[in-house]
Design a protein around this ligand. Structure first.
Ligand code: APR
Length: 246
């Protein structure tokens, strides 16, 4: 077993309250591009599409792009080995809580139960007027912009747009999880978006060890990371689970 994997296995075994914090990088091997970087969504789509004021002013234009990215594209994505590994670590009691910035529901699809969706989820639509929530079925998404069948209001995906607040309960649960962590696995995130990116910082401040898994260094690496495991999330996490089984 590689020395770095052995160290990670040791830290996980010794932890009393390990948590995980994930970003878009963990879903890359499920076919979902990251937001930043060469092939990222923001290199192909204008982030303005996900600005709440722009959305309200241009519902049809915005909904067409949203449907293309988050429904047509995400539709066929399946959990990869990384999601499955984290679900196994939860199942075996090593991971007490998983906080994700992702809205693709792949952690839940892989079997993780203790998931905080810090930015919400694409798996529900919410009415801006009466706050009714519905599932984004095929028929619903074929009539854009999506309107509420109760009050006629405009529906949006139930994840936060730029200019919207973090879901309050998700924020509170994440801060509590960070404070309670004695170890945090930080997987596939650039750490560029606040306030989500503060979560590993808070965990570090309150005494957690940080294991970072990424294909490249990030702003966390020099600042808070105790053990940097360079590589694809699926490969690294699978090796860690195998190491825990050894
Ligand atoms: N395995 C591990 N890490 C990977 C992999 C991989 N296979 N592929 C890419 N990465 C890393 C990249 O090196 C980068 O550090 O994943 C990270 C993705 O960074 P971002 O695209 O910035 O995604 P994220 O950190 O989740 O962005 C946070 O920004 O646009 C908003 O709401 C959106 O939740 C998102 C937030």
């Amino acid at each position: 077993m590689e020395e770095s994997i052995r160290k990670a296995v040791e830290l996980i075994r010794a932890s009393k309250h390990a948590t995980a914090f994930t970003g878009a990088g963990i879903s890359v091997e499920s076919g979902i591009p990251t937001f930043r970087g060469d092939n990222g969504f923001w290199s192909r789509y204008d982030p303005m599409t996900l600005d709440i004021d722009y959305f309200k002013a241009n519902p049809l234009k915005s909904w067409k792009v949203i449907k293309e990215i988050f429904y047509d594209y995400f539709e066929y994505s399946k959990p990869n080995e990384a999601h499955i590994a984290l679900a196994e670590l939860e199942d075996r009691g090593f991971i007490k809580q998983l906080i994700t910035q992702n809205i693709d529901n792949l952690h839940q699809a892989a079997g993780s139960k203790k998931v905080v969706e810090f930015h919400g989820s694409s798996h529900k639509l919410v009415c801006l007027d009466c706050h009714k929530r519905i599932k984004p079925s095929e028929t619903v998404l074929n009539n854009l912009p999506v309107k509420c069948d109760s009050c006629g209001g405009l529906l949006k995906p139930d994840f936060i747009f730029f200019g919207e607040d973090i879901p309050r309960q998700a924020f509170l649960d994440s801060m509590e999880a960070a404070r309670k962590s004695d170890l945090m696995l930080v997987v596939g995130t650039s750490g560029e978006v606040v306030p989500a990116s503060q979560i590993p910082l808070l965990a570090k401040q309150t005494g957690a060890k940080i294991i970072e898994i990424n294909v490249q260094h990030t702003q966390y690496t020099e600042e808070i990371t105790d053990l940097f495991l360079e590589g694809k999330a699926s490969e690294i996490l699978k090796k860690i689970v195998d190491g825990l089984n050894a």
